[in-house]
Design a protein around this ligand. Structure first.
Ligand SMILES: Nc1ncnc2c1ncn2[C@@H]1O[C@H](COP(=O)(O)OP(=O)(O)OP(=O)(O)O)[C@@H](O)[C@H]1O
Ligand SMILES: [Mg+2]
Length: 346
């Protein structure tokens, strides 16, 4: 029986949660999802991957729960259960001394939201007083290989499920950042709205996400792709199938894409000139699953006239960033707040 648990890093995302164990790497990557049975007491039927398999196949008082919304915990009890389950699954539970932990948080969270994350993580199994909370864009920048500790400006835009975080980083700290509650989930919602408006048909969240994967585009593309989509006719209430194409999905995604562009522009406009020069040379680095939307990199490059680079494994940057920090805890001393300005949430 191991006495001391290894350090553990958790990227707690709105859509996906990943766990990195020191000296092992990423050991868990599952949807931030659970299936819960309501009653006098709520009982959890499944977590993560197992919960996703049950999606849409549940009935009555059994429902899917997403404990995070827009990057922050919205269902405290469920978030704590889920973290406890994922921690146990990653390192087992036969430890006398609990692990030290690293966890990501959005860069704009309030003191109360920070406290909620801390308490959930500590109740779920992280040693009390041994939890480091690292802002997501910093973790994503470090994990995508940017020189975050150097006296040079680096820019990262992390487009996740619930949030987009644009940040300029230098000398171990965030110089300026903007976090908006727009990401992959808002894109799915925009597709649902579009199909409702144009075809009077309601589609589910998963169908919307599939449409985004197959036909989604941030830019108008020449070779139009098409697909049949199934849903429920809102007039007759009967199942219905309609054909949609990539240009329709492009129309649907215009607003969330514009919001992301505005957030990046906001940060660029407030970046000190020397750092802006560095970013002109090294480019804007895109991370997070939403960065995989077809044409997102080209849209940003064209609209902002800047070089844009998509990270190699965009969905693993944040977890690799805090994973590296857990392997090199002396780096913490090199982290500064470096915060010149943090705008209010819009
Ligand atoms: N190929 C793709 N095209 C478009 N979107 C994609 C693609 N692959 C993944 N996504 C989207 O990326 C999102 C998940 O990304 P990610 O795992 O980085 O988010 P997260 O870390 O859970 O969320 P957050 O950091 O905002 O809390 C989902 O909305 C998913 O639909
Ligand atoms: Mg994320």
């Amino acid at each position: 029986m191991a006495i001391i648990a290894p350090d553990i890093a958790i990227d707690l995302g709105t859509s996906n949660t990943q766990v990195y164990v020191k000296k092992k790497g990423i050991v868990l990557d599952e949807p931030t999802l659970m299936v819960v049975q309501d009653g006098k007491k709520r009982t959890v039927k499944a977590f993560g991957d197992d919960a996703r398999l049950m999606l849409g196949r549940t009935m009555g008082d059994v429902s899917a729960v997403q404990p995070l919304k827009d990057g922050v915990i919205r269902d405290y009890d469920m978030a704590e259960y889920m973290l406890e389950f994922f921690i146990r699954k990653s390192i087992g539970s036969s430890r006398l001394v609990r692990p030290r932990g690293w966890i990501t948080i959005p860069s704009s969270v309030s003191a109360v939201e920070r406290k909620v994350v801390r308490e959930a993580a500590e109740n779920a199994g992280i040693r009390r007083g041994a939890l480091h909370m690292i802002e997501k864009p910093f973790a994503a920048a470090l994990g995508s290989g940017l020189p975050v500790f150097e006296p040079k400006g680096s820019m990262v835009v992390d487009i996740g499920g619930g949030t987009t975080e644009a940040a300029v980083i230098s000398l171990g700290g965030i110089v300026i950042s903007k976090s908006i509650r727009t990401g992959g989930v808002k894109m799915d919602e925009a597709i649902i709205e579009y199909i409702k408006r144009e075809f009077n048909m309601l589609i589910g969240d998963r169908t919307a996400e599939d449409v985004k994967f197959d036909l989604g585009a941030a830019l108008q593309i020449n070779d139009t792709r098409r697909a049949f989509v199934r849903g429920r006719d809102l007039v007759t209430n009967l199942p219905q199938t309609v054909e949609i194409n990539s240009n329709m999905v492009y129309e649907a995604l215009k607003k969330p894409c514009q919001d992301i562009l505005s957030a990046i522009q906001y940060v660029l406009e407030r970046t000190p000139p020397e750092l802006a020069g560095d970013i002109m040379r090294s480019g804007i680095h895109l991370t997070g699953g939403g960065a995989l939307l077809c044409g997102m990199d080209r849209l940003i490059a064209t609209e902002l006239d800047m070089p844009v680079l998509l990270a190699k494994e965009p969905m693993e940057c944040a977890i690799m960033g805090i994973g590296h920090l857990s392997e090199n805890s002396d780096w913490l001393q090199r982290m500064t707040t470096g915060l010149i300005q943090r705008p209010e949430e819009n």
